[in-house]
Write a protein that binds this ligand. Structure first.
Ligand code: GDP
Ligand code: ZN
Length: 293
């Protein structure tokens, strides 16, 4: 039995990367019948059936550290939330939704401010201030001129990373800039399989120097819809410190008096913008819950 990781899935064929080669696998009958079907990102145990042809079967799916339904994949460890300073201008609401979703999935979010060449220095500083204060990493890039790419690469070390952000913020340019500098590297994935030359529409993991990038075509952003509105405050991580100051244990931090969160906002310890977006996201989630049936 060999261990490997699924790096792509086209119809019912899975490319499984093992220590020294890629084996094309189908799932064994037992797996087909079970409720869990293999997805890209899964660590699996396989049996090689045709050694010369690199073909085999997936016998077992190992426990997942995370699972995302849309896009369907597992074992992501990190998500880079890309915003651009201009064209399009920063979408804070989307950024906060994505941060919430990363917290919910329990993966590490990193904020990447791209197009700093077009930028408004003041706004860039503001983004750093708001989000670094909470504890998030914020990096700057100019993907077009490859500024900040070395720093980005360091962040990708030993992680399986997806990129998320509105269309036009520069995700593809960023990802491609990671590969170009890599051209001479010998990877497990042959050059012809490198990003951009592949027509697959499903999630694919690409090996980079010291980690993997998940290309998620068709999903520029992840969806927060799975989160219950009543749990939202848990995922605004800077709220936690102040929850004990709420008078009511079930405080919604909306209209209540003696709310620790609202007090922290008044005192400038929680960003007003973040709090307002909390209310907005909560209202949206509630609305969805009420119209579900
Ligand atoms: P995506 O939709 O997020 O994948 O965005 P793209 O990577 O396709 O980039 C959208 C446009 O922005 C393209 O015309 C890029 O050349 C341009 N672009 C990307 N990064 C930068 C940057 O850092 N600075 C500038 N000025 N333009 C950029
Ligand atoms: Zn409260």
């Amino acid at each position: 039995m060999l261990k490997g990781q699924i790096i792509s899935n086209i119809s019912n064929l899975y490319q499984v990367e093992t220590e020294n080669r890629i084996i094309e696998c189908t799932p064994r009958g037992k797996i087909k019948q079970s409720e869990i079907s293999p997805v890209v990102g899964d660590y699996v145990e396989i049996e090689v059936l045709e050694n010369e042809n690199n073909k085999g079967v997936i016998c077992n799916i190992l426990e997942r550290s995370m699972y995302s339904k849309r896009p369907k994949m597992s074992n992501l460890t990190q998500i880079i939330l890309v915003i651009s300073l201009k064209s399009p201008k920063p979408d804070y609401l989307l950024l906060d939704k994505q941060l919430v979703y990363a917290e919910y999935l329990n993966i590490k979010p990193v904020i990447c401010i791209n197009k700093i060449d077009l930028g408004n220095e003041k706004q860039m500083q503001e983004i750093h201030e708001i989000y670094e204060k909470i504890g998030y990493t914020v990096i700057n890039t100019n993907a077009k001129e490859k500024q900040g790419i070395e720093n980005l690469k360091k962040i990708l070390n030993n992680e399986i990373t997806a990129f998320s952000g509105n269309s036009g913020v520069g995700k593809s340019t960023l990802i491609n800039s990671l590969f170009k500098e890599n051209k001479t590297e010998e990877g497990l994935i042959s050059k012809k399989n490198q990003r951009g030359k592949n027509t697959t529409t499903s999630v694919t993991l690409y090996k980079i120097e010291n980690g993997y990038i998940a290309d998620t075509p068709g999903f520029s952003t992840f969806s927060v819809e799975e989160i219950e509105s009543k749990n939202l405050s848990k995922y605004f991580i800077e709220f936690e410190k102040y929850l004990n100051n709420c008078e009511y244990a079930d405080c919604k931090h909306e209209k209540e008096e003696n709310c620790g969160i609202k007090k922290a906002v008044e005192e400038g310890n929680i960003s007003l913008g973040r709090y307002e977006r909390y209310l907005k996201i909560k209202a949206e989630l509630k609305d969805k819950e009420e119209h579900k049936w």
